[in-house]
Design a protein around this ligand. Sequence first.
Ligand code: HEM
Length: 893
Amino acid sequence: MAFRGTPWVDWANYWATGDAASKPAESEDKDGHLSPTGRGIDGALLDLEYQRIELIKFNLLDNSGTYKEYVEGRDGVRGPALKTWDALRLPKGHPDYDAVGGDGPQLCRGDLIRFRTPTGVCNDIKNPLMGSANQPFARNVQFEATFPDLGKNDLARNRHGDRLGLLTPDPQVISRKLFTRAQSQPDSCRDGHGLPGNSPDANCDYKKAPFFNVLAAFWIQFMTHDWFSHLVEGRNRSEMMTVGCTAQRAANVEKPLSAEEASRLGCRPGDRIDRSYFAQEGEPPTFSAMGKEHLARAYKTTNNTVTAWWDASQLYGYDDASRARVKRDPADRAKLLLVSPDRPTMIGGGMGYLPVFEPLDPINLQWSGQEATAFPDNWSIGMSFFHNVFAREHSLFVEAFWRQAAATPDADSGLRNPSRPDTAILYRDVTEDELFEVGRLVVSAQIAKIHTTEWTTQLLYDEPLYQGMNANWHGLFRGRRLVEAALEKITVNNFGKSTDAKKATQWYTVFASGPGIFGLGSRVYGDDAIFAKYDPNRTDIWSLSNPDHVNGGVNHFGSPFNFPEEFVSVYRLHALVPDLLEFREWDNDPNVVRGKIPVVDTIRGKATQAMRERGLASWALSMGRQRLGLLTLQNHPAFLQNLALPRLQSATGKIDVVALDLVRDRERGVPRFNEFRRQYGLKQLTSFDEFVDRRLPHGSPERLEQERLAGLLREVYGQHRCDASKIITSAQVNPDGTPITDCLGHPDGSIVDNIEDVDTVVGWLSEFTRPHGFAISETQFQVFILNASRRLFSDRFFTSSFRPEFYTHLGVQWVTDNGPDGTVIENGMPNGHREAVSPLKRVLLRTIPELAPELAQVVNAFDPWARDRGEYYSLEWKSRHGAESDEAFAQPR
Ligand code: HEM
């Protein structure tokens, strides 16, 4: 209760939501859901579900022209219950225009609905354009709250005065003061370049997360390349702009930065970057509804240049150019091409590596020398790692399929052609092209499963999130078939088809947690649902010829699916990356760090070289054991602040990528931190001091450090004399119902912190108060609750089309069981659960078999591999049995 006065969510204070110390004494923990533990976890899950309901209700704002209908409804149906939109029809001139019905009603059919299409059209067969490449990014905040720098309305002007601009406060100064990692031995770090010869004596300090490894950092970069990009072929507009290092605030006054001050800070006034693309920049149309004037879109919009679907487009492509970069094996076109490494004796070489780009491939100069793949930008050793692993996994699936085909050529593969839905496709008749696309479906579903049930449960390492994420995938009532079947039928048939806005959205999400989102609507029962699940073959009447079955499991909650601009912002996770990689050899005492390899020497073409020289197994071990960087202030890698980008041809040839993170968010109109939180239903902060974690004892070193950083925020962003007559937001009101003003509850005319001006990235990096085991902040998490669920809810291939007709029988089984040969159960009871061996661990065991001894002791592939996981959700940094000599455990932080 003592914590309720803070701005932070409080479910994290319930019983059993932390580590073992948060559990009641054993004797009190007997009565399941009624015990303190049961009440704590159930309470947290309820709170989380409420958060999702509220987000679905308030935070879906589509930029593609459907928002007016969302507000006004259509033909007597309220906006949130609408399911199709004219704005998502294929336009005249689109190559598939006629195939989907031209200017009549549009419905995807035939070849367009078989697999994930190259550009992402026809995932939703009734809204062909949804989620395809080059559709506008959506928003999660009121359009009026976007682009605060433009001062377009009174609220924005009242909130920020004249204090904001694209380069104000100065982004490079913020980067140097608030993002730079302090170094205890700068000569051993050398701005991230380490020591000659990759000497193990090099050292770049960084604040480390004890329960999350470097593989996890690169995993999320790998994911973002699938979900979104603002760039076109690795480029922005040709027009260049400056990026700061020209002014700083001192004693609350903005002053020009002298050359000495710039050089002391380490920033570069000569840096230049290419401006962002915009899709629409003119004044947005407006409409009035319910006595209020509304914008029909944000002040400017940008396009997502890749498919928004979780379709592994980074591996398989999203348009013609990217498809042309993907190489298929000429000997078996069902496979991606993998070649033998230059040294055939190389361990793990048997399965091969992705080939390197050739001169005629459609690429930028900066990508030459890299492995050939669809999304080559910002290539790193981690991208090389995951692209190779999943290319191998694709091949393994194909080989398993051909083996099955050889053993049972006349059996039904499960696959169907929608043009001949009643004809079984036998194993022997499956073509290489078909199997390639099936492989893509299987690999993308595995990736989604790894992300949902393995990466995220380690990112948010506590029991409520373990349960919550597993509920998203498998459902809360996993294994209780009667309950699952009943809830699935209610969700899909009643709430899914309802034209009542509340049922179609809020009730839908609550009930979907029962059976889980994955596979929703993939079975349709003609008779009594409750008993049908016991004999699904007899009564499942799902039909490929029925569009309502094929598409029946998706729900967009009245707002077409695409990621919002705000989502990109909270994925600006560059702080996760260390400067040096601690290199180990899988076959030569894994406890010894053989060298410290600068990440900057493992990017672009050098990533490919490093991968081939040292091999997947050793890189897996190295990145699997090393902790990633905490998402907090003063913890960004030096190499990204000084990244050479030759394509810019600027005076310095370099860019500070983490300053650019701020510039891009400002260019694209992401609201600043406090308004961002209010828009998402979170509590605002009223001073920088509220960032300090009140649970820490006064005077403790950690608290003192947080207080120092809060002081630094004040120095960088400043303060002003407030005016209580200025209303600053329409997103929330004060608890007593009065409007929120410039004074944020402080007395009129008092000096208040410029907390409203804090860039969102800076704000969430400053959130020291977090639920147990959260590698991200509460603000970022709030954005994920909504959008991570939507990625599943909206995708037909993860819901009603998760069927053998698309995936084949083997594919369905592979995704369900995490590979061939049935489910394999993990040893012991990790955190009290009996569970299947995790999906990424299974993938790694198959694709890099040399790792078997190391992985034998790993439960979650994203937890540092040699860490003792200890008791219930321990965050301790302690070696497991057999890794006592690993020197990483000698470094406590
Ligand atoms: C070696 C590692 C990395 C390098 C060299 C790198 C480089 C870059 C660069 C140069 C940009 C700016 C593009 C622009 O706006 O012009 C960028 C953007 C971005 N990076 Fe990274 N990055 C790395 C790792 C990561 C990681 C681990 C993440 C984690 C999620 C990440 C997430 C992002 C995001 C979300 C953007 C914005 C993309 C967009 O605007 O569409 N990056 N990165």
